[in-house]
Each structure stands twice: as structure tokens, then as C-alpha cells.
Design a protein around this ligand. Sequence first.
Ligand SMILES: [Fe+2]
Ligand SMILES: [Fe+2]
Length: 318
Amino acid sequence: MSAAPEELEQAFDATVAADQRVEPRDWMPEAYRRTLIRQIAQHAHSEIIGMQPEGNWILRAPSLRRKAILLAKVQDEAGHGMYLYAAAETLGVDRAELTEKLIESKQKYSSIFNYPALSWADIGVIGWLVDGAAVCNQVPLCRCSFGPYARAMIRICKEESFHQRQGYELLMAMMRGTDAQRAMVQDATDRWWWPSLMMFGPPDGDSPNTQQSMQWRIKRHTNDELRQRFVDMTAPQAEALGVTLPDPQLRWNPERGAHDYGEPDWEELKQVISGAGPCNQQRIAHRRAAHESGAWVREAATAYAAKQARRATEGAAA
Ligand SMILES: [Fe+2]
Ligand SMILES: [Fe+2]
């Protein structure tokens, strides 16, 4: 005999309230499932699209050591995308369908990857600020109420914090170099600072889904809380590095025990999210081309799997 709908709902609420994990086989509200699919798909797409600005620098890395590090980092991002697509699939969607939605611009990815990586210093700054912001955003997701997502995030966060450090280490090396190298680091910091703050999403007053996501314990902190955490973490790192964050309002506030900082340009964020950022079209066109040129690999793999399955049944029958 199956349980009544209200009993199922109560069991779900109790699991969430007790900070236990909801697993794919458990009953869950349809809106919870849809929210998770949207969020995990968006996250997976961000990992994959995020390979582009950095992948573009692999051939131009200044030494074999830097090339090996960057190659490993970009491969990590591909791995993150794979874990996350697999987590989304436990909710009853198909990875191929999610990829279609991405290249048809029906699902989003993080706004940050619509900015170009213009110099080698950008590679360091992306690691420091972009992976740094990702760590702030993602560490609380390790305690997300949906089991497969939470477990994927544990592994991913370990790698993201390595990414953050490699970026910072690259920048330290450049800051010990020439005046021209230091100027490149400052220029890259100036360009990436505000877009990094926007990675946490719109301000709390303008983020309608936050309350529900917090109730479901998908999200643990609001956008503004996470943004503040990032600013507080990053300001002393900038000082140690010897770069200036491009915000004249940034200062330590002893009463709040936190940094005050200026308002990001929310209009710019809206523009970038709606498709009018500097690289939106290029990113999607590149992803689409990669998907289309990989069609023969998918076909070959499917044919091979079918052949293996046929042989296995024939072998069993013999
Ligand atoms: Fe990643
Ligand atoms: Fe990363």
C-alpha cells in the first residue's frame, strides 16, 4: 500500500528539518525537483563554459610548468561538469537534453564566463577571484539537502580551493617580476573584481527564490551574506599581494566587524544574464560547435555499447 500524499510530504519535511539528505528514490515536491534541476544544470553548464576563457590560454602559457598546471585545472572543470550532470540525471533528466537547452540558450550559466581573459594575468586573477568566489558559494552546498548534489560538491570544493591557490601563486610570481607584470596584474584585478562580486547573484531584495531555497536547505546563506564573506576573505589577500581592489568605498568597518564596500553595477549584471555580455554569443557558438563536431564520437560510442550488449546476450544464450 502506498503512503498518502500528506504523509509523503511530512516525511520529506522531516528529513529536511533533521538535516538529513533527500535521495533520488525518495518522494520530493515537484517544485523542489524542478529547482534542483535548474540549479544543478546551471552549475554544470558553468563548469563547462568556464573552460573556455582559460582553455584559450593553454597554448600560450609562459612555461611548461604553467601549461601543465593550467591544463590540469581546465580538466578539473570538465570533471566538475560531469559530476554535476550525473547528479542532475538522478532527478530524471537526461544530460543530452540539458546540453540542448544550454546551446539553445534556454538554460543559463554563470554570468562571469561572459567576460574575456585578455592577458596571462587574467589566468591568475580568474583562479584567485573567480574560483575564490566559487569556493565561497559552494562550500555551503556540501550540506545541501539533496544527497547527490551535496556529495558532488565535497569533491568539487577540494579542487576549487586548489584552483584558488594556484591563481594566487601565479599572481605572487608576477608581482615579484617587472613593473609591466605588476601593471598586468592590477589591470586584470580591475576588470575582474566587480564581475566576481556579481557571481553571488542579485542583492537579497531582488532575489525572489532565495527564501524558498533556504527553507528547503538547498541554500544556506543569502547572496549578500556570501558576497560579504568573499569581500572579507579577499581584501587582506589583495593587500598581501600588493594590488588595489578597484572600489574607493572598500574599508574595514570595526563596528560591523566586516568590510564596507561599494555597490556593483546591477544593470550590467542584468545585461550579461540576458545575453548582452561581451562574450555570450562567442561562448555559446563555441559550445555548439564542439557539441556538433563530437556527434560522431557519441554515435560510435552508442553503436559500440549496443554491439557489446548484443554479444553479452548472445553469449548468455549460448
Ligand atoms: Fe569547477
Ligand atoms: Fe575551478
